[in-house]
Design a protein around this ligand. Structure first.
Ligand code: ADP
Ligand code: TYD
Length: 209
């Protein structure tokens, strides 16, 4: 595998999409090959599964059905897009990846984490990101941001406060050697600078870049 794989994680409204777009344009300016994928989605099959997952007609979906659907979408994305791009040497930026399933389904839906991880390993051929960057924001702030966008809440976003508190706490507390926590309540520019310094160091880009 020649490329690099960075996953961005955090609760809804934590600023992932904003930061990924900024990072992608910085890397593109340096003539790096970059692709952005958002989950669930990124292939025809995964986009179709996304429609089911976010559709409020399926309120109260069984936790395992939800897990398998997220994993079905991810299996297609990994096989058709992420692995071939990494083989070509592309930098892949993912708006969510396996940590979302561990936290939203494992912890949020109260499923046994080791079993969820087994399903994830099968679906992804054990493909892990080089780095996972988590944007930590208080739940209240993310809700304020989403409300100010005036958007219609999807099925996942109508899972209730208790669910989201559990999810937010899990994102804040998760720790691993390839996980980096960033304070997502800072300004967009400040967070972007912090991400750039992490990524630059990781990719061993020169000081002038
Ligand atoms: P996510 O992809 O994690 O759901 P977005 O990047 O779509 O988050 O951001 C959600 C909303 O919050 C958008 O309206 C965005 O402009 C705004 N936003 C993102 N980052 C910040 C920030 N650091 N400070 C204030 N508002 C932000
Ligand atoms: P999306 O609109 O992409 O949210 P965001 O912009 O915050 O990323 O919707 C994806 C929703 O699905 C979001 O609520 C998180 C949830 N999700 C899971 O529960 N498990 C997963 O494995 C993934 C990828 C997402």
């Amino acid at each position: 595998m020649k490329g690099y794989f960075f996953a961005f994680e955090g609760i809804d409204g934590s600023g992932k999409t904003t930061q990924i777009n900024l990072l992608a344009s910085k890397l593109t300016q340096l003539k790096k090959e970059v692709i952005v994928v958002r989950e669930p989605g990124g292939t025809a099959l995964a986009e179709a599964v996304r429609q089911i997952l976010l559709d409020k007609q399926f309120q109260g979906m069984n936790g395992w059905s939800e897990t398998f659907l997220f994993c079905a979408a991810r299996a297609d994305l990994v096989q058709r897009v992420i692995l071939p791009e990494l083989d070509k040497g592309t930098i892949v930026l993912a708006d969510r990846y396996r940590l979302s399933t561990e936290i939203y389904q494992g912890i949020g839906r109260n499923l046994p984490l080791e079993k969820v991880q087994e399903v994830l390993d099968l679906a992804t051929h054990h493909l892990k990101p080089h780095l996972t960057l988590i944007l930590d924001v208080p739940l209240e702030l993310s809700l304020q941001r989403l409300q100010s966008e005036n958007r219609v809440f999807d099925r996942m976003e109508t899972s209730g406060m208790e669910f989201f508190q559990r999810v937010a706490k899990a994102f804040r507390e998760v720790n691993d050697q390839d996980i980096i926590h960033l304070d997502g309540s800072q300004s967009i520019e400040k967070i972007s600078e912090e991400i750039w310094s992490v990524v630059k160091q990781f990719l061993e880009l020169g000081e002038n870049e």
